[in-house]
Design a protein. Structure first.
Length: 399
C-alpha cells in the first residue's frame, strides 16, 4: 500500500478493489475516497456497479494509462476487481507513480472468494489469470489431484479451456463454473456435459478445476523428448538436466540459448521461472522453437530470434546465464566476455575441435570441466547390451 512520504501531500490517486456487491462492500476509507473523487476510472461494469454517474471515465480500448496520468494532481479513483494487485491494474499503474502518489484499498480477490465457496485451501491452489494468458500457462500446474482457479474472459473461454484440458489428457477432471462471486447474481455450478448458455458476462467468471487424468508435466528438468517439437537437433533429457543444473536457473533471470536447435534448454529454464531468448540461424528450427513456446505457454517469458549468435548479441537483453549448444569458438567467447560480463556460461561440446578449445579455455580461465558419457540398454542379438551415446564435454564458468 502506498503511503504519503514525510513532507509530501496526500496521495492524489486511490486504487479501490470493488466486488460484485458494489459500494455496499467497501470499507469506510475506500467509500470515503470514492465519494470524494472528482474522476473515477474503471471498466464499464465497475463504473455501473459503483454508480458514479458523470464522474466515470471508462478505460480506453486498447488499455492505456495516459488519460489517468493526465489527471495527476486532481482527486482520482481507479476501480478494479477484488485485489487490484493480483492480476489487476494495480501493478501497471503503480509502475508509473511515486510511492507517495497513490493508496490502495483491496477487496477479497476472486481467488479468495472461489476457494471460500469450494472449501479449498488457497495456499494449496494454483491461481491463474487465463483471461490474459494462453491456456498452456496452466500446464505445469496439472497433475492428478491438483486444484486450480482460473480467471477467464467468458463462457466461451471456459468451454475452450475444458477442451484444452481434454487434449492434455485431463478430460476426467471435475470443473465448477463460478459467476459474479460476492454479489447478488452469484452462482457456483458443477459443470455437466455442456457449458451453460447463460454464464455471466466477461470479467466475472472463474473456472475451478480438480484435475484427474494424465500424470502431468514433470517438475524438474529433463522432460522427455516427445514433449518438444524438434528435428532431431535437441539436447537429450539426461544431458539437458545436467546442463540446467550447471546453468543454475533462478526466478526472473535471463538466459541466452545460443544455437538453440529446438530451444529445449531455454524452455526448461523458463519452466523453472526464468526468461530466455533462443537464438537460432535456421528458419525451420525457429518454427520448432516457436511451437515449443506456444505448447508450454511461455509467450511472456521466452522469445525466438533468428540469426547467428555472434551477430545478434548487441540486440539482446543483458543475461544472467548463457548456454551454447553449438557453434562455439574463440571469437564467440571473446564477444561473450564483452557482452555478458559476470554471466554464468555453460558450453556443451561433442567435436574434437571444440573439446580442445574448451580444455584450453578451462586451463586459462578456470571453471568446471566435466566429461559426460552415457550408455543405455539396447537390443543385442537375442539379448541386450550397452549402447553408448556420443560423449560430451561440458565447461561451465563465469564470464
Amino acid at each position: 500500500m502506498g503511503e504519503p512520504l514525510a513532507g509530501t501531500e496526500a496521495p492524489w490517486l486511490g486504487i479501490i478493489g470493488l466486488g460484485e456487491d458494489g459500494p455496499t462492500g467497501l470499507c469506510p476509507a475506500s467509500r470515503a475516497a470514492l465519494d470524494a473523487a472528482e474522476i473515477v476510472f474503471g471498466g464499464p461494469r465497475h463504473l455501473a456497479l459503483a454508480g458514479v454517474g458523470a464522474r466515470g471515465r471508462a478505460w480506453p480500448v486498447p488499455f492505456d494509462l495516459a488519460p489517468l496520468l493526465a489527471c495527476r494532481g486532481r482527486r482520482v479513483v481507479v476501480l478494479a476487481s477484488g485485489d487490484p494487485f493480483w492480476f489487476g491494474a494495480g501493478g501497471s499503474i503503480a509502475r508509473h507513480l511515486g510511492p507517495g502518489e497513490w493508496r490502495c484499498w483491496p477487496a477479497p480477490s476472486t481467488f479468495s472468494l472461489a476457494t471460500a465457496r469450494l472449501g479449498w485451501r488457497i495456499e494449496e491452489t494454483a491461481c491463474l489469470g487465463l483471461h490474459a494468458a494462453p491456456f498452456a500457462t496452466a500446464l505445469p500446474h496439472l497433475a492428478p489431484g491438483a486444484r486450480l482457479i482460473c480467471l477467464l474472459r467468458d463462457a466461451a473461454a471456459a468451454s475452450g479451456f475444458r477442451d484444452w484440458l481434454d487434449a492434455q489428457g485431463f478430460g476426467g477432471s471435475t470443473l465448477w463454473l463460478l459467476e459474479a462471486l460476492g454479489g447478488p447474481r452469484e452462482r457456483v455450478r458443477r459443470l455437466a456435459a455442456a457449458m451453460p448458455p447463460d454464464a455471466a458476462p466477461p470479467l466475472a467468471l472463474a473456472l475451478a478445476v480438480e484435475a484427474a487424468g494424465a500424470p502431468g508435466l514433470a517438475a524438474v528438468p529433463g522432460r522427455p523428448i516427445e514433449a518438444f517439437a524438434h528435428d532431431g537437433q535437441i539436447t537429450k533429457p539426461a544431458i539437458r538436466a545436467m546442463t540446467l543444473a550447471a546453468l543454475a536457473p533462478r526466478r526472473g533471470q535471463m538466459l541466452w540459448d545460443l544455437g538453440a536447435g529446438s530451444g529445449s534448454v531455454a524452455v526448461e529454464w523458463c519452466l523453472a521461472g526464468g526468461r530466455a531468448v533462443a537464438v537460432e540461424a535456421r528458419a525451420d528450427r525457429i518454427g520448432n522453437i516457436e511451437a515449443n513456446i506456444a505448447a508450454f505457454g511461455l509467450a511472456g517469458q521466452m522469445a525466438a530470434l533468428r540469426g547467428r549468435a555472434a551477430e545478434v548479441l548487441a540486440d539482446l537483453p543483458a543475461p544472467d546465464a548463457v548456454f551454447v549448444g553449438g557453434g562455439f569458438d574463440t571469437a564467440l567467447f571473446a564477444r561473450l566476455q564483452a557482452a555478458a560480463p559476470r554471466a554464468r556460461l555453460v558450453v556443451n561440446a561433442v567435436t574434437l575441435a571444440t573439446e580442445g578449445l574448451l580444455i584450453g579455455l578451462h586451463a586459462a580461465h578456470g571453471g568446471a570441466l566435466t566429461r559426460i558419457a552415457l550408455e543405455s540398454a539396447a537390443p543385442l542379438g537375442r539379448g541386450s547390451g550397452w549402447q553408448p551415446a556420443r560423449p560430451l564435454l561440458q565447461w561451465s564458468t563465469v564470464l
